[in-house]
Design a protein around this ligand. Structure first.
Ligand SMILES: C[S@@+](CC[C@H](N)C(=O)[O-])C[C@H]1O[C@@H](n2cnc3c(N)ncnc32)[C@H](O)[C@@H]1O
Length: 257
């Protein structure tokens, strides 16, 4: 994949709220994207970021995914924060989705040190949030961060995605799923299939790093073509996908600043 031409193609196609005729996408852009972070959340986030951004401790990484293009197996927490966490507009987006759509049950595949978890949790403190992390030392750091930040609605499960997905208790139903780990297209499609019985037609799937590799981009193109997903939204690095069988199948390329 040529990332420069991918980005140019995205920029040329991306539309704002006036270019879309879907009520869901219009609301996403006009309302959800405009949600602002509460003062108390900004204050807590600053405390969180101040502590992890200068955390020199090194941990041993057990890699269960496609690996990081940039980091070695022994990693400093401050480097994980900088290179593998949902910071900036990506963390904001998770908060906004959680706050605007008020999901009751959220699943995050790939906790890392808990930055995405923080935003999802703060967006809707009433939601029950399960976050799955395969690397034991990383999961331990995340658990410490979640406790330090006083996030009461979060359960971090140390497990591979595959093991977790094969043992989800019957009757579990997630309204928002954030898939952010094991950036391999084949694995992504398998995770979506495995989650089918544990999600509704309106569940929002947030897929990170859809342009991480050819395999991820090919998987996203398969999802766009798949008759099951009537709503697919391309935000360049991230995609939002939902089955929504009641609405006309449509793909949107949306501006995300
Ligand atoms: C990009 S990081 C997650 C970032 C986090 N979601 C955030 O928003 O800040 C991906 C994480 O997924 C974990 N991971 C990757 N593949 C996995 C797998 N198959 N099972 C369990 N964990 C996995 C990695 O250990 C890593 O910590």
């Amino acid at each position: 994949m040529n990332k420069v031409s991918e980005f140019i193609k995205y920029k040329v196609k991306a539309k704002g709220r006036h270019g879309v005729h879907s009520p869901f996408v219009y609301d996403l852009v006009d309302k959800c994207f405009k949600v602002t972070l509460d003062e108390s959340v900004l204050k807590d986030r600053k405390l969180f970021y101040d502590s992890v951004s200068c955390d020199d401790r090194e941990i041993q990484i057990e890699d269960h995914g496609a690996g990081s293009h940039r980091l070695r197996r022994q990693r400093k927490i401050k480097d994980i924060f900088k290179t593998s966490s949902s910071i900036g507009k990506y963390g904001d987006l998770l908060y906004k989705l959680s706050k605007f759509y008020q999901p009751q049950k959220i699943l995050e595949l790939g906790t890392s040190i808990g930055v995405g978890t923080f935003h999802l949790s703060k967006g809707n403190p009433k939601a029950e949030l399960i976050s799955v992390e395969g690397c034991p030392e990383t999961a331990k750091v995340a658990i410490g961060n979640i406790q330090k930040m006083g996030l009461k609605n979060v359960e971090i499960i140390q497990s591979t995605f595959e093991e977790y997905l094969s043992a989800i208790p019957e009757g579990t139903c997630f309204d928002l799923v954030f898939i952010d780990g094991h950036h391999d297209g084949y694995a992504l499609l398998n995770y979506l299939n495995a989650l089918n019985p544990f999600t509704t037609d309106d569940t929002l799937f947030v897929l990170d790093d859809i342009r991480w590799s050819d395999s991820m981009l090919n998987a996203f193109h398969e999802i766009i073509q798949n008759e099951v997903y009537h709503l697919t939204i391309d935000l360049y690095r991230i995609a939002i996908v939902s089955r929504k069988p009641g609405q006309q199948k449509e793909h949107f390329v949306v501006k995300f600043n």
